[in-house]
Design a protein around this ligand. Structure first.
Ligand code: F6P
Length: 510
């Protein structure tokens, strides 16, 4: 049943009205167990949800909503490999990429064998490149899911990255990006990875062509050694002239693909063992998501919290604050994950929805954000739930830094909640501002894998309750088509049939 037609939805609407006077400070004063009751330990990730605008009744009603919208059976359908991405007629099996070899039977045995049949040569190749001292620079050319995941992970795991190799990520069709990377490279020392699920994306194809021309202009001849393609479209890669290819399958969505061949830069950076640990961390979260009771299941609780905030308390955005500089690309990664998955305005039958879906996701690492936009979070007119991500153990030995970093993240969560009274107004903090606190013991391949899989599944949960298809992305198509038309017009100067603004801009640009 569509979520807004369930009894739980109506009950949540009533509950939200009676909840208007909810105050976190009062809630903590009334219940000394609150932090305990609203904390959860998932694989590698501890979560304190207690500073959120929820009470026991909210949690119970959200659980009812999950039951009445069939969340568990939808989840199980994904893990059975059913074609739940119905607008593209595809299964959704990124989780299979982290499933141990030979661990599934039935219809899933064959795709799982394919996964490991590809993973092994890919990891062997990664090890060859790691051992190849002549290759000092690895350039990943890809965009969206073929860029954000590997880029985020290589940065996050910088302490595990092999010394002596540099990793570059080129995504934008803006030639300034590729040109500035190429400036510092030598053909004989460079490996280009052309990462594109479809091998048709205009940005990636344009950058790949320019990289190949640059390579040949530098005297490079051995394309098989210096170019590899990571794609589901092996034929297109071959036509392009790339024969070293690592494949994956249409049942891996672009934004869910860092566990596939798209993860090759990560595997080169951290090695086969590291990549296997990343997969194992994510797999632990997959199992937990399937097995843990819904009321004690972190991805379920986070996804339902997202629905509560978006649809009942009208909080339209979520800010991500990783308090670890190596996690600085996590907000951008999560932005695609959430907003491309759940930024949908129709239900699974194509009917317009009368309720909101994806929140706006944004953020920067702490403590930087504190000296920039946190002002608005503390004293602005809108309530923005914040998601802190902190790591207990540092990997450096610089004195004082990590204690100060952790003191700041805890203090921010506290300040948002407690506020501060002041007569004059300007110095008044209302407090009662909600936040979630995610804590990893250490930042390792395994804990990163678990953290990202957690986020994938929480996006699944809210998308499932909203009754949308979280696994297509038709909304990106129109701009691609129009850009082709405008590109031709920039060349020809033809403005016939264009609206006044577009025609004027085009004339100005030419
Ligand atoms: O334009 C959006 C998109 O299709 C994303 O979903 C995807 O991650 C990105 O483009 C890149 O696509 P590809 O990997 O096929 O080049």
């Amino acid at each position: 049943m569509r979520c807004d037609l369930t009894p739980a939805w109506k009950n949540l609407q009533h509950h939200a009205q009676s909840f208007a006077g909810f105050d976190l400070r009062t809630a903590f004063a009334a219940d000394v167990q609150r932090a305990d009751t609203l904390s959860l330990q998932a694989p590698h990730v501890f979560a304190d949800l207690s500073k959120n605008h929820v009470d026991a009744a909210t949690e119970a009603l959200l659980q009812e909503l999950a039951r009445q919208t069939g969340l568990a059976s939808h989840r199980d359908a994904m893990f059975r490999g059913e074609a739940i991405n119905h607008t593209e007629g595809r299964a959704v099996m990124h989780w299979l990429l982290r499933q141990p070899e030979g661990s599934l039977g039935g219809d899933l045995a064959e795709p799982l064998a394919l996964v490991h049949g590809t993973l092994k040569p890919m990891l062997a190749y990664a090890e060859t490149i790691r051992a190849d001292a002549q290759i000092t620079d690895v350039v990943n050319i890809g965009i969206g899911g073929s860029d954000l995941g590997p880029q985020m992970a290589v940065l996050a795991l910088q302490d595990f990255v092999i010394p002596g190799k540099r990793f570059h990520f080129v995504s934008n069709v803006d030639g300034h990006e590729l040109a500035s990377v190429l400036k510092g490279l030598k053909a004989e020392n460079t490996l280009f990875l052309i990462a594109s699920k479809t091998f048709t994306t205009i940005e990636t194809m344009t950058n790949a062509r320019s990289a190949l021309q640059w390579f040949q202009a530098q005297g490079g001849t051995d394309v098989a050694r210096h170019f590899a393609a990571l794609t589901t479209n092996v034929a297109a890669a071959a036509e392009f002239g790339i024969t070293t290819t690592f494949g994956f399958w249409d049942w891996v969505g672009g934004r869910y693909s860092m566990w596939s061949a798209i993860g090759l830069p990560v595997a080169i950076a951290i090695g086969a063992q590291g990549f296997n640990d990343l997969l194992a961390g994510a797999h632990a979260m997959d199992q937990y998501f399937q097995i843990a009771p819904l009321e004690a299941n972190l991805p379920v609780r986070l996804g339902l919290l997202d629905v509560w905030y978006r649809n009942f308390l009208n909080y339209t955005s979520r800010s991500i604050a990783p308090y670890h500089s190596a996690l600085r690309r996590v907000p951008a990664y999560l932005q695609q994950l959430e907003m491309e998955s759940n930024g949908k305005r129709v239900d699974r039958n194509g009917q317009a929805l009368p309720y909101g879906t994806s929140p706006v996701l944004w953020g920067e690492p702490g403590t930087n954000g504190q000296h920039a936009y946190f002002q608005m979070l503390h004293q602005g007119t809108d309530v923005v739930p914040l998601e802190f991500i902190a790591v207990k153990k540092p990997t450096h030995s610089l004195k004082d830094h990590h204690e100060l970093l952790l003191a700041n993240v805890i203090a921010q969560a506290q300040a948002l909640m407690l506020g501060k009274a002041d007569q004059g107004g300007h110095k008044h903090f209302t407090g009662n501002r909600p936040s979630t606190f995610l804590l990893l013991d250490e930042l390792t391949p395994a804990s990163l894998g678990a953290l990202i899989a957690l986020q994938e599944h929480r996006v699944f949960v809210s998308g499932s309750v909203w009754g949308i298809n979280s696994f297509d992305q038709w909304g990106v198509e129109l701009g691609k088509v129009l850009a082709k038309d405008i590109h031709a017009r920039i060349v020809s100067g033809d403005v016939a049939g264009l609206d006044g603004s577009t025609a004027a801009l085009l004339a100005r640009i030419r």
